[in-house]
Design a protein around this ligand. Structure first.
Ligand code: THU
Length: 158
């Protein structure tokens, strides 16, 4: 018998101003996308911004529906759109943030399990890590080196 550790490393930035400039820009774009979310049921606005290897930035936000499960999270809206428009271009960075009009978010938001699985698919497709930034509206910001750090020991095509 033995035990195995699953370890994920997170870089913690104190706030927006401490981030490298490229991350600041991507986070700003995710924040702008969050403002445009269609979330009349939860009133929770999530924004995602993806940086592609060709320099394109694709954003997405959550889209809700009166039949609740028919909606889609911001992360999948962004990555599916990016893959639909640029099927052969890998992604290298993803910023995720949210706006909660009821109470300011002081902690980073983190993608749901379905989004983690969907994002991982493209990391494996392109054999290239996607760095992920997670932010709230204020406070610390987390950066992880790979989607697989968010979903260790995952189901995959291998
Ligand atoms: N949501 C996202 O957009 N991304 C996630 O990773 C988790 C949740 C959305 C779905 C729903 O519109 C709202 O947040 C509240 O759950």
């Amino acid at each position: 018998m033995k035990t195995l550790d699953l370890i994920s490393r997170i870089t913690v930035y104190e706030d927006h101003s401490e981030l490298p400039i490229e991350w600041q820009d991507l986070l700003d774009k995710a924040h702008e996308a969050a403002k445009k979310a269609y979330s009349p049921y939860s009133n929770f606005k999530v924004g995602a911004a993806l940086l592609l290897n060709n320099g394109e930035i694709i954003t997405g936000n959550n889209q809700e529906n009166a039949a609740y499960p028919s909606g889609l999270c911001a992360e999948r809206t962004a990555i599916f759109y990016a893959s639909a428009q640029f099927p052969e271009v890998p992604f290298n960075k993803l910023a995720i943030t949210a706006i909660n009009p009821k109470e300011k978010l002081t902690k980073p938001v983190s993608p749901c399990g379905s989004c983690r699985q969907a994002l991982l698919e493209y990391e494996q497709k392109f054999k290239q890590r996607i760095e992920v930034l997670l932010a709230g509206e204020e406070g610390e910001i987390y950066v992880l080196k790979s989607i697989s750090d968010l979903l260790p020991f995952s189901f995959s095509n291998d």
